[in-house]
Design a protein around this ligand. Structure first.
Ligand code: COA
Length: 284
């Protein structure tokens, strides 16, 4: 499928979705919400995509909702406004959050308003130190609407959520790390290499274990203790079935045979090295 507002590329297990409206600072228009919904559906079932990275073309990651094509143009079309709002909330708030593969936001530049929900919906987030973040809604007499207030409540400390939400002051990548909104910030020139290294590292781990890690974290957040323990036991059995007990037989088994140290490396990474070495030994 070809897209008008996105670029999609899959290489070495890593799918990269690039918002591609640089002239409009990658603001999310209705078409972009429809295409993100379709792109994530496509990647969900693409076996070549083990990890998804989301970034933006040009000087912006994403300037939030398209203030013209969404808020203004749809003012007199309440049904269409509602349809696009539902799509917009769904792909960022639910599809990304519970996506069956790891997701990484690579924030290359401007990141405003509604884009906070993309960052929060992704599992990990790496930004350029030079990137500019802002909850600009207050500056145009709105509040962080749609899913943005919930994203702030999920991720930020109360003082930071209200400070940036009420003052609308911009901040940079380093500050975004300091307040816990993203994982790390690197110079823009190193952003792609650093993000791809993290993505490839994720692609080298067991996909079922990664999914269980996400599910365990995200669902436990909303559960009382007893339900969380019950869920965790059920997840463990699900993993046994999905992997044919590989975490015990291979993961723990190979450690106990002294073949690798999971404290320092993943099982599959260690065993690729072993396979390469044994091929070399046999001239393969
Ligand atoms: N919605 C619609 N269009 C947007 C947009 C948005 N959120 N953000 C930028 N654009 C458009 C501008 O209208 C302009 O279009 P034009 O060339 O047809 O006039 C183009 O993108 C470039 O914007 P400009 O302001 O000239 O770029 P800049 O690099 O100087 O500044 C921003 C970039 C992101 C700081 C600035 O555009 C801005 O403040 N945008 C609004 C961000 C915002 O409040 N988002 C929250 C939405 S929930």
């Amino acid at each position: 499928m070809s897209f008008e507002t996105l670029l999609l590329d899959v290489q070495d297990g890593v799918a990269t979705i690039t918002f591609n409206r640089p002239d409009k600072r990658n603001a999310m228009n209705p078409r972009l919400h429809e295409e993100m919904t379709a792109a994530l559906e496509q990647l969900r079932y693409d076996p070549a995509a083990r990890v998804v990275v989301i970034t933006g073309a040009g000087p912006a990651f994403c300037a939030g909702m398209d203030l013209k094509e969404f808020f203004t143009a749809l003012k007199s079309k309440p049904a269409e406004y509602d349809r696009i709002t539902r799509l917009a909330v769904e792909w960022r708030g639910r599809t990304l959050r519970y996506f069956p593969k790891p997701t990484v936001a690579m924030i290359n530049g401007f990141c405003f308003g509604g884009a906070f929900s993309i960052v929060e919906g992704c599992d990990l987030a790496i930004a350029a130190e030079e990137a500019t973040f802002g909850l600009s809604e207050i500056n145009f007499k709105l509040f962080p609407g749609g899913s943005v207030s919930k994203s702030l409540a999920n991720l930020l400390r109360p003082r930071d959520a209200l400070w940036y939400g009420m003052l609308g002051r911009p901040f940079d990548g380093k500050k975004a790390v300091e307040i816990g909104f993203i994982n790390e910030a690197v110079p823009l020139t190193k952003l792609r290499d650093e993000t791809m290294a993290v993505a490839r590292e994720l692609a080298g781990k067991d996909p079922f274990a990664l999914k269980a890690t996400k599910d365990g974290y995200r669902h436990s957040l909303e559960m009382p203790w007893d339900s969380a323990m019950n869920y965790s036991s059920a997840k463990e059995m699900e993993l046994v079935l999905q992997q044919n007990d590989a975490w015990r037989t291979e993961g723990i088994g190979d450690f106990l045979k002294g073949k690798y140290r999971p404290g320092f490396e993943s099982h599959d990474q260690a065993h690729k090295v072993e396979r390469r070495t044994s091929r070399a030994r046999h001239g393969g």
